[in-house]
Write a protein that binds this ligand. Sequence first.
Ligand code: BEZ
Ligand code: FE
Length: 295
Amino acid sequence: MTAPGHAGDQRLAALTEQVVASFAGASSPRYRTVMQSLVRHLHAFLAETSITEREWEQGIEFLTRAGHITDDKRQEFILLSDVLGASMATIAINHPGTDLGVTESTVLGPFFADASPRAGLGDDISGGAVGQPCYASGTVRDVAGRPVPGARIEIWEADADGFYDVQRAGGPVANRAHLFTDDQGGYRFWSVRPAPYPIPHDGPVGDLLTAAARGPMRPAHIHFMVSADGYQRLTTHVFADGDPYLGQDAVFGVKPSLIRTFARHPAGVGPGGRVLDTEWSDVEFDLVLSPNRPA
Ligand code: BEZ
Ligand code: FE
């Protein structure tokens, strides 16, 4: 195929304007803006790459495969958004960062589940998941350093084999819970030391990574989602210092401010008087919430 010549360029420009104009009557101005921009960028992308008909078909086949593999347990479109950096770009646009010390946001990922069990402060939320015991604690504060009591923290994490509970069909809830901060904004729980793991890569997104000579690994992390009245919801992770994949996260989610030391301790008595007959770890991760945007 050859690049369109002058007449072809004009035809394409006229087509683009015709499609853009077809959204002019949309009742929602925001929908109109988004769709008209999408059409302009999509047409520009097709022109810039001189896309062939076979390549366009392959793109549609890819999206069809992504649709077929997606169900209530497997979300290939979130994975696609993640590996293309679109999830992190959306976060960058909506949480541009402040110099007020607000904890940075990162990807939600596909393994969050509503309706997690409630845990008490200091409970073990591992649900029997494989892995070395790990104690996590910290505080939730506002930008003035005041504690946020009663903040709801959702926690979810893969086990030492790299699987989330929802990836184990029929398995128990494990490494997943929500809890509420105490009067000093404090939280604490036991789970397992996080390990690096691959994002699901047995589908079209895995093929995309392979074709790009990219790996599927994510560095070890624990997910947190924190909500409290008067504050923006925070979706973030704590990452483990020293992880070999910190510089090559498949979904571009690492921010240096979110990396902490997961200190290792010999068997003995741990926080809360827990007796441990194996090595265990602990990590401290304080969270700072941003106030709600004015309405
Ligand atoms: C996760 O951290 O759970 C995750 C994020 C993006 C893609 C796959 C998994
Ligand atoms: Fe994860």
